[in-house]
Design a protein around this ligand. Structure first.
Ligand SMILES: [Zn+2]
Length: 439
């Protein structure tokens, strides 16, 4: 009967632990992040506004890599997809963005799957990253969705574009904030059919922006209500030699930072990067692909580039996503960490041991009733130790005051007092916990 009761309590403890690690922790971590505040000093004075500037709140994530039918263990799939589902849905519930962007590599095996498998993939994506209107969600393709340039077939590109209503280069404008969504693999410039389509789309978007700005001719082009510098969203980072200069909290580990990037594989080619900057004159570039965070500033063109790390524990122990506030003449972006996988594992291990210790370890021999001399009882002993410590701490504080009277100011005294009180409280708490465990 006693064992049955202990087992029931043990199960309750495990249930509370699972609730903490699989649900509550996401809210506790994500509540600590918030939208950044726009700094008026960074306003672009060259952009003409009509007095009222509307803010657009965006959430940006990358590289979700949903596992497909060929790679990964079922538990790996279950675990990491639950992590992404909980992180995404908690972040949307807490931050309520106007618009969400996923910067490619949504699927891990998109380029290998048959049409039936791809349809199943789409269903899973819709379940995991479901958002209610009026929140809008846009995606750009990554190399794992449709293949690198050498592998990207018109069929793979077409089925992805149809499923997500995108084009090799798409244009999205909300509240006078303009976004250009680019298929990085179509920026090869070798005259392939998808590259030609992308180039044509790009020229149309660039002409529309130039026309709205009042530069060049607007023949046959309908201008936008107002001009603002666009924001580029794409999977590959702009050309850079490596991640060596990246110093963000979610940057690559030192061992990976020095690895040289290959153009068209780890980043866009130098020509494609220069061409995009020249044609679109963006203010911000948001990219993914490397699975690690990075921030770069181009002083000549005053462009900010942010590389967003992977959203999945499968690729990163400490995933992050970005929250952004955009207006037509200003922007601010903030990196938001998700719970770390190692923290959750550590919580499970500690919680499990504490549960076993509390409910299954034999405790009768420690009972107060069986101790002839109450002074040797652990409960009494911890109380005595705690009192002794309290006396010692107060005496030490008094001695310190006497010794440093001329130099110790009020703040130092209250700081030392605080530390003593905290230690006493901690001691009392441990004493009670110990007593409870032993009796
Ligand atoms: Zn990629």
């Amino acid at each position: 009967m006693r064992l049955k009761f202990a087992f029931m309590r043990f199960l309750t403890g495990i249930f509370i632990l699972a609730f903490l690690c699989e649900f509550l922790i996401y809210y506790l971590v994500l509540y600590q992040c918030s939208y950044p505040v726009l700094n008026p000093e960074f306003e672009d004075s060259s952009i003409i506004t009509n007095g009222t500037v509307e803010e657009l709140r965006a959430m940006i994530l990358a590289d979700t890599h949903l596992l497909g039918p060929y790679r990964g263990h079922w538990f790996d799939k279950l675990r990491r997809e639950w992590q992404m589902y909980r992180s995404f849905q908690s972040a949307v519930a807490i931050h309520n963005p106007d618009i969400i962007f996923i910067l490619g590599d949504i699927f891990d095996e998109g380029m290998w799957t048959t049409q039936t498998e791809f349809d199943a993939y789409l269903k899973r994506f819709a379940n995991l990253f479901n958002v209610e209107k009026p929140i809008e969600l846009f995606v750009v393709p990554g190399n794992h969705d449709i293949g690198f340039h050498y592998r990207m077939s018109p069929n793979l590109e077409h089925r992805f574009s149809t499923a997500f209503k995108s084009r090799p280069v798409s244009f999205v404008s909300r509240r006078n904030v303009h976004f250009v969504l680019i298929n990085s693999m179509a920026m090869e410039g070798d005259g392939c059919s998808i590259c030609q389509k992308a180039e044509k789309n790009l020229k149309t978007v660039a002409a529309k922006l130039r026309c709205t700005k009042g530069v060049g001719v607007c023949k046959g082009i309908k201008p936008l209500p107002s001009y603002s510098k666009p924001i580029i969203l794409q999977h590959f980072p702009m050309y850079r030699e490596s991640d060596e200069s990246c110093q963000e909290i979610d940057s690559a580990p030192p061992v990976l930072k020095n690895e040289k990037f290959r153009e068209r594989w780890e980043c866009l080619s130098r020509e494609a990067s220069e061409m995009l900057i020249e044609m679109l004159r963006p203010r911000v570039i948001l990219t993914g692909h490397t699975h690690h965070g990075c921030y770069r500033f181009y002083p000549e063109s005053k462009i900010h580039e942010y590389t967003v790390p992977s959203f999945s524990w499968r690729n990163k122990n400490n995933p992050t996503f970005m929250l952004g506030v955009f207006t037509s003449n200003n922007h601010a972006l903030e990196r938001c960490p998700l719970p770390q996988e190692t923290t959750v594992i550590a919580l499970y291990v500690i919680g499990l041991f504490v549960n076993i210790f509390i409910y299954f370890l034999p405790r009768r021999r420690f009972s107060l009733h069986e101790h002839k001399n109450p002074k040797t009882c652990p409960q009494k002993l911890t109380t005595i130790v705690c009192r002794k410590f309290q006396i010692f701490a107060v005496l030490r504080l008094h001695a310190r005051r006497q010794k440093s009277k001329p130099s110790l100011d009020g703040s130092e005294t209250s700081g030392a007092q605080c530390r003593v009180y905290l230690c006493v409280i901690l001691c009392r708490f441990l004493s009670r916990l110990f007593s409870r465990l032993m009796w």
